[in-house]
Ligand binder design. Sequence first.
Ligand code: PBG
Length: 333
Amino acid sequence: MQYGSFPATRLRRLRRHDWSRRLVAETRLSPADLIWPIFVSEGAKRREPVASMPGVDRLSVDLLESAVVEAVELGVPAIALFPATPNDLKTPGAEEAWNPDNLVCRAIREVKAKLGDAVGVLADVALDPYSSHGQDGLVIDGYVANDETLDALGKQTLVQAEAGCDVIAPSDMMDGRVGYLRHVLDGAGFDHVSIMAYAAKYASAYYGPFRDAVGSAGSLGTGDKKTYQMDPANGDEALREVALDLAEGADMVMVKPGQPYLDIVTRVKQTFAAPTFAYQVSGEYAQIAAAAQLGWLDRDAVMMESLMAFKRAGADGVLTYFAVEAAKQLRGR
Ligand code: PBG
């Protein structure tokens, strides 16, 4: 039987017009899906470009207000603050991490004083911005010691909660840290502070530009983080990490890096149905920004396509250095 012309099903029909493409789009990206990571540095009125991340600057604390106001006005709900700690404050024991007047605590207080609940503030928990060896934990006999590190992370968590951060984001990958930090927070009256666990965090070469930005690359030298961050070969193990972090009290979980690990994002979301985030890390940003500088990729188009892919894979939101730029695109500005 032949009615009309072959073929009957033409998937191109709905792709023909902008209105029909918009009508049948399965995934939407909105500024509310974005978390903006910001690098903070010492000094005043200082905006220093990060060489390996064209378009990203380190901001001194006094410049945060106007930057964050712009993001909030565009509809970005949250920021993540990362300190570039001066080298002379870095020690083997990373004591600066629990100095209540350290750079990140001053940054948190500044943003909260100026913007209050108009923005959510995330603060990382890990010792690498403060340790002279660049590792995320305490090194004992050449090994990053798990349980001794937890105590340090607890002290770091408390000063950040006291400074007013809304979300503690442990990125250290020690075993048991989410449960321990939940216990520490609740014990100090911070039961309202939530935890976004870097649950499936891989030992990745894509963090290179970040380590330049916060100045931990030199400290780490030829060292790596393979004894605590995950092996890129593993997927099932990521589900076990997420299961543990949720059981220990994580409110939200994260997969990091993002685009090379979209399969993990999908599996995590489908398995746990928990708030799931992906971190489009510094190296992913640098790839796009560098190719765009050379004229080899269209920066805006690849940025939007890469962010949409996270949503399609199942992420509820994305930590991205493109947050402000992407929100502007989405708002047509
Ligand atoms: C610190 C931390 C890192 C990143 C976020 N938190 C670096 C690392 O683990 O070495 C990387 C973020 C990025 O590359 O954009 N533990």
